[in-house]
Design a protein around this ligand. Structure first.
Ligand code: NAG
Ligand code: NAG
Ligand code: NAG
Ligand code: NAG
Ligand code: NAG
Ligand code: NAG
Ligand code: NAG
Ligand code: NAG
Ligand code: NAG
Ligand code: NAG
Ligand code: NAG
Ligand code: NAG
Length: 367
């Protein structure tokens, strides 16, 4: 009996130690995971292709805010950075592939060019691989916290921000001859592959999903420069709109089977549509030409070795920083629209609902 009592004593010491090492109710109690492509990538690409020269680690990328390249595809902060700041996270959410980072509050799995399809990508993490890294991270949470209830509580509270599918639509070889039925097929395949992975994330315990849907892709300087065909632009814009409808239907289907599933959709189409058409209304001087790149609309080549490219003077005047990514000034505006559903662009909930931030608590406003 004595030895059993002794074992219990030792065990209780052990439990006590674990509880002390990992307090289950740390002061800050918000969790944030990010999935997507270059719009959200905060440095993962560096770890995927460490031997390649990456323009995003060099000027002019990052110059506006960080004063140096950080792996972000913009002149400064990205959408997840502004969100982290508004919610009050102690720091930006780190790229998941930086194994020396601290993932207590979440991780960013996004990677430039990420495909929604299960294709092999040597330069990027496709969506399935992003989900795979998420599964690994949750295993680490379980090992660290030694408390499944607590891990599940955090997962339930966590907000998952997802923007995926744009590279696939741009790579789908849409021509002026592509039929409406083919556009539908592309959309259905993209949404089917998103839906698949959302179910996996839900089964792991995640509950709050925020989706950002594509902008009018035909308006991207990169598309204007490399395709230069107004019919192709219109077709790309149609796909961007089809994605919203189909995504909503697919998510409603998941919700019908799983009432605890919670989602909201930020439609990026109209915010960008209006900023491209009427830039001065939103404080921009230039919305058709990117800040950095080559060619007439600077649609490509920003920072690429061996090519000449231009860089604008005042980056806050530009909607696009390079041919496919927004300027920091634009990212900041988009987060304001996602933060409060009164903007009309995020339905049915907004970020402050999902992070459960009451409007009485004083928020640090992103500057
Ligand atoms: C990775 O994370 C560590 C710890 O936060 C940080 O010191 C380091 O700069 C990061 N590495 C890169 C390449 O960003
Ligand atoms: C990670 O961050 C959390 C919250 O700030 C802190 O409690 C913990 O000690 C950090 N972990 C490591 C290994 O630094
Ligand atoms: C990716 O890497 C694999 C293995 O190294 C190689 O066989 C394949 O051709 C590469 N694919 C591309 C698109 O570069
Ligand atoms: C595990 O976490 C739950 C809440 O998340 C808490 O109520 C419980 O006390 C924790 N258990 C231990 C052994 O720390
Ligand atoms: C697009 O065209 C390229 C070159 O013809 C081809 O390699 C690629 O597989 C095509 N992509 C799709 C999605 O059909
Ligand atoms: C579109 O179809 C027309 C007529 O069939 C053909 O001449 C043309 O080459 C096609 N264009 C493309 C981009 O496939
Ligand atoms: C995923 O995309 C592929 C095309 O790459 C398609 O064949 C497949 O049906 C899609 N999966 C789902 C579940 O829609
Ligand atoms: C598109 O093509 C026209 C005619 O060749 C050319 O004048 C124009 O500069 C091109 N636009 C872009 C963005 O490359
Ligand atoms: C712009 O740079 C890209 C490399 O990113 C290159 O392929 C393209 O030919 C360049 N275009 C011009 C007009 O210089
Ligand atoms: C840059 O442009 C913004 C917006 O037009 C303007 O408010 C700001 O004063 C400009 N900054 C400089 C240094 O010219
Ligand atoms: C979804 O989230 C909203 C906002 O946080 C909340 O009011 C609602 O009860 C949630 N619905 C479910 C089914 O959890
Ligand atoms: C806070 O929210 C309540 C209820 O939604 C609303 O009545 C009130 O006006 C809000 N206060 C502020 C300062 O926005």
């Amino acid at each position: 009996m004595a030895s059993v009592a002794y074992s219990i004593f030792i065990l209780s010491l052990f439990v006590f130690t674990i509880v002390n090492l990992h307090p289950v109710s740390s002061e800050f109690d918000e969790y944030f995971f990010i999935f997507g492509d270059g719009l959200y990538d905060s440095g993962n690409t560096e770890y995927i292709i460490p031997d390649e020269y990456l323009p995003v680690y060099h000027s002019p990328y990052g110059n506006t805010y960080f004063k140096h390249g950080t792996g972000r595809y913009s002149d400064g902060r990205l959408i997840p950075d502004f969100i982290a700041h508004k919610v009050g996270f102690p720091d930006f959410i780190p790229p998941a592939l930086n194994t020396s980072a601290n993932f207590t509050y979440g991780a960013n799995f996004a990677s430039e060019g990420a495909s929604v399809f299960d294709i092999q990508q040597n330069n990027s993490l496709n969506f399935r691989n992003q989900v795979r890294h998420f599964i690994e991270l949750i295993k680490e949470w379980r090992a660290d916290l030694q408390n499944i209830t607590e891990v599940n509580r955090r997962l339930k509270k966590a907000v998952l921000l997802i923007n995926i599918g744009t590279p696939d639509i741009l790579n789908a070889n849409i021509t002026s001859n592509t039929t409406d039925a083919q556009l539908e097929t592309i959309t259905t395949e993209v949404i089917g592959n998103i839906s698949d992975k959302i179910k996996v994330l839900y089964d792991l315990g995640a509950r709050k999903f925020v989706f950002q849907t594509p902008p009018p892709l035909g308006f991207l300087p990169y598309v204007k420069q490399t395709r230069n065909d107004s019919i192709i632009s219109v077709k790309l814009n149609i796909v961007a709109l089809l994605v919203v409808d189909e995504l909503y239907a697919a998510l409603m289907e998941i919700k019908q089977l799983n009432p605890a599933f919670n989602f909201t959709i930020f439609g990026d189409f109209f915010p960008i549509f209006w900023r491209v058409l009427l830039p001065p209304l939103f404080g921009f001087n230039e919305s058709r030409v990117a800040c950095c790149g080559n060619g007439t609309v600077r649609g490509q080549g920003c920072g690429v070795l061996g090519y000449e490219y231009c860089v604008c003077g005042n980056k806050t005047e530009y909607l696009f920083f390079d041919g496919t990514h927004y300027s920091e000034a634009a990212n900041k505006q988009l987060v304001e629209l996602m933060w409060d559903k009164k903007s009309g662009y995020i339905v049915p909930y907004d970020l402050k609902d999902f992070f459960e931030i009451s409007n009485s608590t004083s928020l640090k406003s992103a500057t």
